[in-house]
Design a binder for this molecule. Structure first.
Ligand code: PLP
Length: 387
């Protein structure tokens, strides 16, 4: 077998992207110049929010969001346990305590009824994750937030371009955050963005990403002024003009990227729907899915092997499968420092043993898609109880 390895995700870069970056390299500004503002306005404009604040990664965006809503020691923030570790880590970075909520088995999204059970007098915010690109249950989460006076911060790293009841992902919470890592919908290499309609949060985020200083270099250059004040402890979380040029060029292709991701998902859906060896995640009718990842859930009761065998067989066949995610509360860091343990989130723990992400990215060829379908079915059917 000498076919190329098909990764679970990868970027799509064309000549326009390359030209846009090269042009910045010849300009006066490599970082914090005019393109940062342009990229922020373009993303906010696409989502429909008043403000966009570009930062150096999705993780930096999460950390900045925690700062902007004032998270500190003693505050509890409810996060789903099925997510990338950064969702919870951002809470810890501000001295807060992440509280892990379980997920609903049919879509692995944070379970609103479990969220409500974990609310205490110290709870400050809920951070839903739009797992796989499917927006969380925002109507329920909004109702809970209002009832208990909590902030809602969306980790929308999977759902750039998704919609929920006709509203864009990014418009569904007090602050939403995106990542522009190469496997995400559009890339800037590393990069992230906060979007919000709240001017106070936007202002705080701008200061926090620039060392806690109240004006940036570009603003001072425009005013011919040297004066600045540091009023808060912040970080260097700035996104460069080089990256924003790439982001602007990528954003033009987002509609095409989304169309292709949805096409691939549709082919997988129709090829796998009738298999008794796996179950597909449910998609709510009020949602337009962005398909950052495509997840299959193994029907282990109909298979003679566990997930690890299926996983390694598919890898051997050149299929870049992955598992999103190990429940965060089971990581040694959280067990040690926050006393989390097996049994805290039973649904997530059980479904984790069955999930596999299969390749989905816009640059996949039709042949790639068919290869993935064939290999997945061949491996699973080879381990059927009845085989
Ligand atoms: C990618 C991702 C992040 C972190 O983004 P980076 O840009 O890699 O820092 C956070 N949360 C989720 C759910 C993600 O998928």
């Amino acid at each position: 077998m000498n076919r190329d390895f098909i990764p679970y995700g990868r970027q799509f870069i064309d000549q326009k992207d390359i030209d846009a970056v090269v042009e910045v390299l010849r300009s006066d500004w490599l970082t914090t110049g005019p393109l940062v503002d342009k990229f922020e306005k373009a993303v906010a404009g696409f989502v429909g929010t008043d403000f966009g604040i570009a930062v150096s990664s999705g993780t930096a965006a999460l950390h900045t969001a925690m700062y902007s809503i004032g998270v500190g020691p003693g505050d509890e923030i409810i996060v789903p346990t099925i997510t990338f570790a950064a969702t919870a880590n951002a809470v810890v970075m501000q001295g807060g305590t992440p509280v892990f909520a379980d997920v609903t088995p049919h879509n692995l999204l944070i379970d609103p009824s479990d969220v409500e059970k974990r609310i205490t007098a110290r709870t400050k915010a809920i951070v839903p994750v739009d797992y796989a690109g499917h927006p969380a249950d925002y109507d329920s989460l909004q109702a809970i937030s209002e009832k208990y006076g909590l902030k809602l911060i969306a980790d929308a790293c999977h759902s750039f371009g998704a919609e929920y009841k006709g509203k864009h992902s990014g418009k569904l919470a007090d602050i939403s955050i995106f990542s522009f890592h190469p496997v995400k919908h559009i890339t800037t290499g590393e990069g992230g963005m906060l979007v919000t309609d709240n001017p106070e949060y936007a202002q705080k985020a701008r200061i926090f990403r620039n060392h806690g200083i109240t004006s940036d270099f570009y603003q001072r250059a425009e005013k011919n002024s040297w004066f600045y004040e540091m009023t808060e402890l912040g970080y260097n979380y700035r996104l460069t003009d080089i990256q924003c040029a790439l982001g602007l060029s990528q954003l033009e292709k987002l509609p095409l990227f989304l169309t292709r991701r949805r096409e691939i998902a549709k082919r997988y859906d129709s090829s796998f729907r009738n298999s008794d060896k796996l179950t597909l995640l449910k998609v709510a009718p009020e949602v337009s899915h962005a398909y950052h990842i495509y997840v299959i859930v193994l029907n282990l009761e109909n298979l003679t092997v566990d997930r690890s065998i299926v996983f390694s067989d598919l890898r051997k066949r050149g299929i870049g499968v992955n598992a999103h995610y190990i429940p965060v509360h089971l990581h040694p860091y959280y067990r040690k420092n926050f006393n989390t343990k097996l049994g805290d989130c039973p649904t997530a723990e059980a479904v984790y043993e069955r999930i596999i992400s299969i390749p989905i990215f816009p640059a996949m060829s039709d042949e790639n898609i068919q290869t993935v379908i064939n290999e997945v079915l061949e491996v699973l059917n080879g381990y059927g109880i009845d085989a």
